[in-house]
Design a protein around this ligand. Structure first.
Ligand SMILES: Nc1nc2c(c(=O)[nH]1)N[C@H]1C(S)=C(S)[C@@H](COP(=O)(O)OP(=O)(O)OC[C@H]3O[C@@H](n4cnc5c(=O)[nH]c(N)nc54)[C@H](O)[C@@H]3O)O[C@H]1N2
Ligand SMILES: Nc1nc2c(c(=O)[nH]1)N[C@H]1C(S)=C(S)[C@@H](COP(=O)(O)OP(=O)(O)OC[C@H]3O[C@@H](n4cnc5c(=O)[nH]c(N)nc54)[C@H](O)[C@@H]3O)O[C@H]1N2
Ligand SMILES: [Mo]
Length: 766
């Protein structure tokens, strides 16, 4: 399978490569955010909008899920948050004229960058079966088409309802209610491709799939490990938190195959010293690990902790915590002692000296936090890796006390909230019981399809209607060719979206685009202006209200769209839900959330207090673990790591500094020294030489998988880069074509986007 580069991207002729940077943010970040904002919104709109980001009376930044500090700056946003806001609040529009001028066939070869740059969707659009382009449709007619197609299915499980993590709590709750009343648990979401491995490992070991720290804990920590995460690009406001923690004496150890600028040094643009001076050194120690070597690293730490305790009994482990609160220690310890140094060194690519030096800092720290993101979650052995992170923290009682704990750093700004609201293909019985009791219906019990299973089901003709609440499923999902064909197999695809993207171009027989309001925009409903709520990465729930005039008069809010769809599809069958009241006044939805979901009691009152409220987290709040054993579970996991066949490399697919997942803001990756292009492959100089290649050569990346299919991404420029031998990196979504659908993490079924076995071939025609 080969995928051609997009039309306006002829081998990235203007691509320039310079040296990678050694610090993040500072003046280039400020100018870059203002430039992006100015281009999309103009100067006045930019200033008015950016000053409301993450303020108590403002809107929640659509960028990431990093929490807001209590004492907010006037400018509580980062360079990349500003880009996310500009992308949404752009004044460029995709009107019905655009669709009249462009057939789907013309749009297909366009890049994700080009599609996104066309602007905001303004009208509901419909592509009838057989038509070569979209045409306008009224909201009511659009809902009627959806209702008709859903009614024609033999079984509700023949539809799947995807959610991207930007949907508000209110939209997510109404959506899953509609879907379950319709009769299916087919609620795949972006989490399935993101932090699912974290959720899987944490629920089984500590009883709740969420991180156990607050911002204050981070500030108070003695030691923070930042593992498999690039905060300089993806969570820039986390750099301010790390800076504060360092000011209070914390040490930071970064574990990453790439020497990411944001981990090395930070120049805080909100402080004069940051703009002018040398900034703060962030990582005190950098472990440049091989891809997928983290489980072995944490097993090394665990083994060393056990051995240190042997040498000095009572001085290292928190035995009273282990006795009172945990289960499975003996079995775990027996396994951990078996991990061999040979495996540890092979898996990590680090030396024993480096690991022991890091261990001395671990031993010296009273309070430790481990932060992680996609570098840990998108491997075949991600779940056991995160279990070993939990083991590591349990050994010294580093869960459920100030300054210590687990910190999976979430991606989308409300991805955690969407799960809390029940967007999950494997809902708990308790949740379904409460939902059914509140609304007087019998929710479906069998588990539904996750993202990968949904693709298989569409491929095999078992799912025929696909609805996407936000996101860009076609481009975000693995195995692009297979996923595209899967969507084309559908009878109807529906996308609820703010901006044009590939999922509007690769469609089912019939297709509908339902354009919605974004976070920045005023949401005026019959009962007055509405706010929505979101939950951040640390379990704080707060309000978000936009103020900008909407991009078009024809937009509806996500909530109104979902309620309209539900009313049309369920109709007289389900009169028990007042969909119109829900759409008119979101307080009415919050009243119901308060009655169904624990922790949301008095939701409407509490969320209106400044800063919102914290959801309960039993392990963090009271060292209570709601697992099967009633205790925190140690687990015994044999060590695993990717073994790469001779002559092959392990590829990770990651984000550039100028993108938000499939949304491409621009063509630069400033911190890694890349300008005006995206088809680059970062490889170690010696790995290039071993293949008779050099920096600047054009290669095809060919992925090899046990299904025997060769997947090819053509024409990437090699960049000699300081990455460990045998490991390479390139941007997604361009490289999603290389990720085999069946290559997923055990237990969580997350695509292995950070470990793909590839070989390089000189590009054809070079
Ligand atoms: N500006 C911006 N912000 C974003 C996003 C965005 O696209 N743009 N996306 C949002 C979303 S949805 C998410 S999930 C987060 C993603 O946030 P990240 O997880 O930071 O995103 P990635 O770019 O995938 O970066 C993965 C990092 O892990 C490292 N890594 C890869 N494999 C391994 C490994 O095996 N071991 C270790 N130790 N490290 C490894 C990579 O070198 C890289 O530094 O960011 C969110 N925020
Ligand atoms: N190879 C590879 N693949 C990956 C990853 C990887 O690291 N490597 N990362 C994975 C991860 S972590 C994630 S989270 C997924 C992301 O997958 P998705 O969440 O599906 O993708 P996004 O690119 O974030 O979606 C962008 C689109 O969302 C729409 N949108 C933006 N704001 C709003 C809004 O407020 N409302 C609505 N209704 N629509 C809106 C716009 O139309 C925009 O085009 O991708 C995954 N795919
Ligand atoms: Mo994500």
């Amino acid at each position: 399978m080969t995928r051609k580069p997009p039309a306006e991207d002829p081998g990235d002729a203007r691509l320039r490569v310079g040296p990678p940077k050694e610090y993040a943010a500072g003046i280039p970040a400020v100018t870059s955010s203002l430039r992006h904002a100015g281009e999309q919104m103009g100067v006045r709109r930019s200033l008015l909008t950016l000053l409301r980001v993450n303020q108590k009376e403002g809107f929640d930044c659509p960028g990431c899920a990093w929490p807001e500090p209590d004492h907010r700056h006037k400018a509580e946003f980062c360079e990349n948050g500003a880009k996310a806001v500009a992308e949404e609040a752009t004044v460029r529009l995709v009107t019905p004229d655009f669709f009249a001028e462009h057939t789907l066939e013309e749009l297909l070869p366009r890049s994700d960058y080009w599609l996104g740059q066309q602007g905001r969707l303004t009208h509901p659009m419909y592509r009838p079966a057989g038509a070569d382009r979209y045409r306008p449709i009224s909201w009511d007619d659009a809902f009627a088409v959806i209702a008709r197609e859903l009614a024609e299915l033999d079984h509700p499980d023949q539809a799947a309802f995807y959610t991207s993590g930007r949907a508000s709590n209110e939209a997510a709750f109404a959506y899953q209610l509609f879907v379950r009343m319709f009769g299916t648990n087919n609620l795949p979401d972006c989490s399935n491709m993101c932090h699912e491995s974290s959720g899987s490992a944490l629920v089984e070991t500590i009883g709740i799939g969420k991180g156990s720290v607050s911002l204050e804990d981070l500030y108070e920590a003695d030691l923070i490990l930042v593992v498999g995460q690039n905060p300089g690009t993806n969570h820039p406001r986390m750099l301010s938190a790390l800076e504060e923690a360092k000011r209070r004496g914390a040490r930071v150890i970064a574990v990453n195959p790439l020497l990411e600028a944001g981990l090395l040094r930070f120049k805080n643009p909100q402080k004069p010293s940051g703009v002018i001076g040398g900034g703060t050194q962030l990582a005190d120690r950098f472990l440049q690990i091989r891809l997928g070597g983290d489980q072995a690293l944490f097993q090394a730490f665990n083994r060393l902790l056990l051995e240190a305790e042997d040498d000095d009994p009572g001085a290292v482990l928190d035995t009273s915590f282990i006795t009172a609160h945990t289960h499975g220690f003996e079995e775990f310890a027996e396994q951990a002692r078996k991990t061999s140094w040979a495996d540890i060194l092979e898996a990590t690519g680090l030396s024993e000296t480096e690991i022991r030096a890091a261990f001395r800092e671990i031993l010296a720290a009273e309070k430790t936090v481990v932060c992680w993101a996609m570098g840990l979650t998108q491997h075949r052995h991600s779940v056991p890796t995160i279990r070993d992170v939990v083991n590591f923290l349990l050994l010294r009682g580093n869960i459920g006390r100030p300054g210590a704990g687990l910190c999976p750093v979430r991606g989308h700004s409300n991805v955690q909230g969407d799960r809390t609201m029940g967007v999950y293909e494997k809902p708990s019985e308790d949740f379904l019981d409460a939902l059914g009791a509140e609304f007087g219906f019998a929710p479906p019990r069998p588990h539904g399809h996750d993202a990968v299973e949904t693709i298989r089901a569409m491929r095999d003709g078992e799912v025929k209607v696909f609805v996407g609440l936000g996101g860009n499923f076609v481009a975000a999902a693995p195995d692009t060719e297979v996923t595209e064909q899967a969507l084309r197999n559908c009878r109807l695809t529906v996308q609820i979206s703010t901006k044009l993207n590939r999922s509007h171009v690769v469609t089912g027989e019939e297709a509908i685009i339902l354009p919605c309001l974004g976070r920045t925009e005023a949401d005026l409903r019959p009962s007055g202006p509405q706010s929505v709520t979101v939950e951040d990465s640390m379990g704080m729930v707060h309000l978000s209200r936009g103020r900008l005039a909407p991009a078009s008069d024809h937009l509806l809010s996500e909530v109104a769209i979902i309620c309209g769809m539900a009313r049309a599809a369920l109709g007289a069958r389900e009169p028990r839900v007042p969909w119109d009241d829900f759409a008119a006044d979101y307080d009415r939805i919050r009243d119901r959330i308060a009655r169904v979901i624990p922790g949301f009691e008095d939701f409407n009152d509490r969320v209106r207090r400044p800063g919102g409220f914290a959801l309960p987290h039993p392990p963090r709040d009271e060292r209570r673990f709601t697992t099967a054993t009633g205790r925190a579970n140690f687990t015994a996991n044999p060590v695993e790591f990717p073994r790469v066949p001779e002559g092959r490399l392990l590829l990770q697919t990651l984000r550039s500094h100028d993108q938000y997942n499939t949304t491409i803001y621009g063509l630069d990756d400033r911190y890694r020294g890349i300008r005006r292009g995206r088809r680059v492959l970062f490889v170690h100089r010696d790995d290039l030489a071993a293949r008779g290649l050099a920096d600047g050569d054009l290669v095809d990346i060919v992925s090899e998988y046990e299904d025997g299919v060769e997947r090819r991404a053509p024409r990437f420029r090699t960049v000699a880069f300081p990455t460990p031998r045998g490991c390479c990196a390139a941007y997604f979504p361009e490289t999603n074509v290389l990720v085999p659908l069946d290559s997923t993490a055990k237990t969580s079924n997350t695509p292995t986007s950070k470990s793909i076995v590839v070989r390089l071939e000189p590009a054809a025609g070079v």
